[in-house]
Design a binder for this molecule. Structure first.
Ligand code: N01
Length: 532
């Protein structure tokens, strides 16, 4: 089937692209690998899954009617509530008819004018534009331990959770991984399971979510000032509306600093990192925050040995994506919960009845992998994408993602990546970053139509300049100090480069605006009439 715009992925990014491109009068088809709409929110159905960005901000801002009519029930929405919201959006804007489920793109090739796409089920599609809306955390990572196939219980991955749910009542459950997914799941599963064993490799920093139901007065207040809230988010570094402090953590008294941290701990979630402007820039400044959080984590755990295992050390707070938790640490005070530190007590093998670590055997009925994703590039490099001159994206990105503005790749005309590597993406409220990209692309395509251009491609110079800028900005921060998925550390052999853009949502928007003001600087347009 031939359309103007082929979109890969029916999560928030794909749906927003569909809606906006349709409004431009373009024909659009969205190909989705899964059997449902919703992207990560369709896949990640593990118990306790919820968003750690506030509901009012983690929602579409393009329609005032939509944001006025939708009623969020909690400060941080659960996965089922977000999926209901997505469903509402799909119905309200009549999106379903252009979404094609169970169509995993396996190959895309540029033929000089259009993108020719093949799906796993053998279908052929073509589009003048190819929009990759595949998400940054969508290709799951599932390590294989020796003996794993002999396990007689059930093996699950948080990001491929069965739609019908899993009854964990009275089961002996093991969870490998203590990132956001593992941390969210732990307190919920501990209440259901007969016994829960957590296999932890790297203890991470976590701030309390301070989740709460939203009452009518709060809802009315937010909705009365929604436009200002969105504007504040757009003008903040992370798209969460938090303004960074103008002060250094090192220029205030210890008493002042403590009061600031106490307030941030109670309310700010991710915003904690902005309590002082230099927390992510200066190690001594960061140490003050890291130490405060370590103390707070320790205070929640009774047993000194377990406490010691849970306290993060060896990397600055915020450099490895922190979590926002609800009762994670007190869960380790329960009698039915065991913590295994696999750095000192490594997993040796999976047996038919559980896991053998160096110190002994752990009986399990269910083994959950909360081991995360091949982040940022996983879903872009899994399919074969062949650009101009027969060069593949895998070849072009062999040393790490090469993009201009995180949107374009030289040699791949009319291919756009939404909220991908080289853009604020995972360092931002990704929903806001998605909308920023889609709106900017809509402007670009309108410009192309007005100019009679069919193709747009980043120049090699613009791409090289942007990659250098992304790295320079990252190197001026503490981010590269941690082993993290921002740096590609989660997958062995992945190039070690910093992938998101640290310049912030507001700074990035200014760059996008300047590119337009400078006549789409860094982009080449050509008028080869598309062959359909
Ligand atoms: O994945 P992760 P996640 N042996 O990569 C461990 C978003 N998210 O699914 O740190 C033992 O963070 C690994 O250990 P280590 C959010 O952006 C959002 O939890 O590599 N352990 C780590 O502990 C988040 O950051 C929400 O040493 C192994 C864990 O598995 C992102 O998704 C909710 C291992 C993986 O943590 C990913 O979170 C949930 C091995 N071989 C997720 N391999 C929201 O609320 C890996 N690990 C929006």
């Amino acid at each position: 089937m031939n359309v103007d715009v082929l979109v890969i992925g029916a999560g928030f990014a794909g749906l927003r692209t569909l809606h906006t491109m349709r409004e431009l009068g373009l024909s659009v088809a969205v190909l989705e690998a899964g059997d449902g709409i919703g992207g990560v929110w369709n896949w990640n159905r593990y118990p306790g899954a919820r968003c750690d960005v506030e509901s009012y901000d983690y929602s579409f801002g393009f329609s005032d009617e939509l944001q006025q009519e939708w009623r969020w029930s909690e400060r941080y929405a659960t996965q089922p509530e977000i999926l209901r919201y997505i469903d509402h959006v799909v119905e309200r804007f009549d999106l379903r008819r252009d979404v094609h489920l169970n169509r995993r793109m396996t190959r895309a090739e540029f033929d000089g004018a259009r993108w020719r796409v093949t799906t796993e089920n053998g279908e052929h599609w073509s589009g003048q534009y190819l929009v990759m809306a595949v998400g940054n955390l969508s290709t799951t990572k599932a390590p294989e331990f020796p003996g794993q196939s002999s396990f007689t219980g059930r093996i699950l991955h948080t990001a491929q959770w069965p739609h019908e749910g899993v009854d964990l009542d009275g089961q002996r459950v093991g969870i490998i991984g203590t990132g956001s997914s593992g941390m969210q799941m732990t307190p919920v599963v501990a209440k259901q399971a007969a016994h829960l064993t957590i296999f932890q490799r790297t203890p991470n920093f976590s701030i309390p979510a301070s989740n709460a139901p939203i009452d009518d007065a709060t809802d009315a207040e937010v909705k009365a000032h929604y436009a200002e809230r969105r504007e504040a988010a757009r003008n903040s570094p992370s798209g969460l509306g938090f303004k960074p402090s103008r002060f250094s953590a090192l220029e205030v008294t210890p008493e002042e600093r403590r009061a600031t941290y106490e307030a941030a701990w109670e309310r700010m979630g991710f915003g904690f990192i902005l309590a002082y402007y230099d927390l992510i820039l200066d190690e001594a400044a960061n140490d003050t925050a890291s130490e405060f959080i370590r103390e707070k984590i320790g205070a929640q755990v009774d047993d000194p040995e377990i406490r010691e295992k849970l306290i993060p050390r060896g990397f600055p707070f915020g450099t490895k994506r922190p979590s926002v938790d609800s009762d994670y640490y007190p869960t380790f005070n329960r009698d039915n919960v065991t913590l295994v530190d696999v750095r000192t007590d490594p997993i040796e093998r999976v047996t038919p009845t559980g896991i053998d670590t160096a110190s002994g055997h752990h009986d399990l009925d269910v083994l959950v992998f909360a081991t995360g994703f091949d982040a940022m590039t996983g879903s872009l490099l899994r399919p074969e994408i062949i650009g101009r001159d027969g060069r593949s994206l895998r070849e072009h990105w062999v040393a790490g993602p090469q993009t201009y503005l995180g949107l374009f790749t030289h040699g791949f005309p009319n291919l756009f990546v939404i909220a991908g590597p080289g853009s604020p993406s995972l360092l931002s409220n990704v929903l806001l970053s998605i909308e920023q990209h889609v709106d900017w692309l809509a402007e670009l395509l309108t410009h192309m139509r007005e100019q009679g251009a069919d193709l747009v491609e980043a120049t090699a110079e613009a791409e090289a300049g942007w990659v250098a800028h992304v790295n320079e900005r990252a190197d001026a921060t503490l981010y590269p100090r941690a082993k993290s998925y921002y740096m590609g550390d989660e997958i062995e052999g992945k190039p070690r480069v910093f992938m998101p853009y640290v310049g912030g949502v507001r700074g990035y928007r200014r760059i996008l605006e300047k590119v337009v003001a400078d006549g789409y600087d860094g982009l080449d347009f050509s008028a080869v009439r598309a062959r359909v």
